[in-house]
Design a protein around this ligand. Sequence first.
Ligand SMILES: NC(=O)c1ccc[n+]([C@@H]2O[C@H](COP(=O)([O-])OP(=O)(O)OC[C@H]3O[C@@H](n4cnc5c(N)ncnc54)[C@H](OP(=O)(O)O)[C@@H]3O)[C@@H](O)[C@H]2O)c1
Length: 324
Amino acid sequence: MEYTTLGDTGLEVSRICLGCMSFGTSEWRDWVLDEEESVEIIDRAVDLGINFFDTANVYSKGESERVLGTALDGRREESVVATKVYGDMREDDPNSGGLSRKAIEQELDASLDRLGMETVDLYQIHRWDDDTPIKTTMRALDDAVRRGKVRYLGASSMWAHQFADALATSDRLGTDRFATMQNHYNLAYREEEREMLPLCARANVGVIPWSPLARGFLTRPAEDIDATTRGESERRMYEHPYREGGGIEVNERVEELAAEKGVKMAQIALAWLLHRDEVTAPIVGTTSVEHLEDAVEALDISLSGSEMDYLEEPYEPVRVSGHE
Ligand SMILES: NC(=O)c1ccc[n+]([C@@H]2O[C@H](COP(=O)([O-])OP(=O)(O)OC[C@H]3O[C@@H](n4cnc5c(N)ncnc54)[C@H](OP(=O)(O)O)[C@@H]3O)[C@@H](O)[C@H]2O)c1
C-alpha cells in the first residue's frame, strides 16, 4: 500500500480510501451488502493496508457506521475513519438534518455511538446548508474538535465560492477549518477542475473524490452498464451526465487502453485519478473482494503523459452534478 499525507492534517492515509456506502443493509438499497459480507470486505481492505474509511450517517440509515465500527473493533487506532452529517436521519424530525448547531451536536453523538468510538478522525459536512449561516456551522464544528469528539473537519460537494467562504470564515473566526474536500470527480465528470481543485491546491486541502469510477460507468463498456444489480437499479447512474459530452468516447478509450495494457477498465479509471496531482485518495465503492483487490493493484499502473492526454481528450463540459 502507498500512503500519503491528507492535506495539512499530518495524517498518513492509504491512497485508496474504502467507501462504505455499499455496506450496511440491503433494506436500504438492493445493492448494499448486509453485515457479514460487509465485514469480509472491510477485513480484506485492512489486510491490504487500507487504513482510510469513508461513511456517512445517512448510509443505510446509520447501519453503515455501525457495521464499520464493528469491523474495525480492536484496530480502531490504526484506522482513519471519516463520516458525514447533513442528510435527514428521521422523517418525523426536521432537526435531524442540516448543519445547525443542534443537528451537528446530536447527530455527531449518534454517529459516535454507532461507530463505537469516542472520537472520529474526519467529520465532514455532506452538503451546504442554505438555512444555517456558515459561521454557526464552523463554530459548532470547532466546538466538537475542542471537546475531543472530532480530530479534523472536512466538506463535501458544494460550489467553490461556498467552500472559499467557509475557509475564509474559519480564518476570520480563528476556528478549525476544513482540511479536506470530498467531491464528485472522475474521468467522466471533470467540472471540478475549473474552480474547486485549484482552490484546494492553493489552500492545501486534501482531495478525496467520490464515485471515482462514475458509479460503475467506467468499469465496463457503456452498453453493458445494466449488467449488475446496481447498474440496473441505481437512479443516480443515469442522473449524472456521464454519457453526455464526450462520455461515451471516454468510456471507449478506457476500454481500449485497458485491453492494450492487459488490465481492467476500473484500474485504468483509478490509475488516471491517482496520477492527478490534485488527488489525495479516491474513495472506491465495491461489494466484491476481487474488485477491492483490483483497486489496490491500480496503484502499480503507470500512465504516460500521452496516455493521460488520450483518456482526457474526448471530455467536453457537462452540467454540474453532485450538489445541484
Ligand atoms: N460525498 C458524497 O456526496 C458521496 C456521494 C457518493 C459516494 N460517496 C462515497 O464514495 C464511495 C464510492 O462511491 P460509489 O460507490 O458511488 O462509486 P464508484 O466507486 O465510482 O463505483 C462503484 C461501482 O463500481 C463498481 N466497481 C468497483 N470496482 C470495480 C471493478 N474492479 N470492476 C468492475 N466494477 C467495479 C462497483 O461494483 P461492485 O459493487 O460489483 O464492485 C460499483 O457498482 C461511497 O462508498 C461513499 O463513501 C460520497
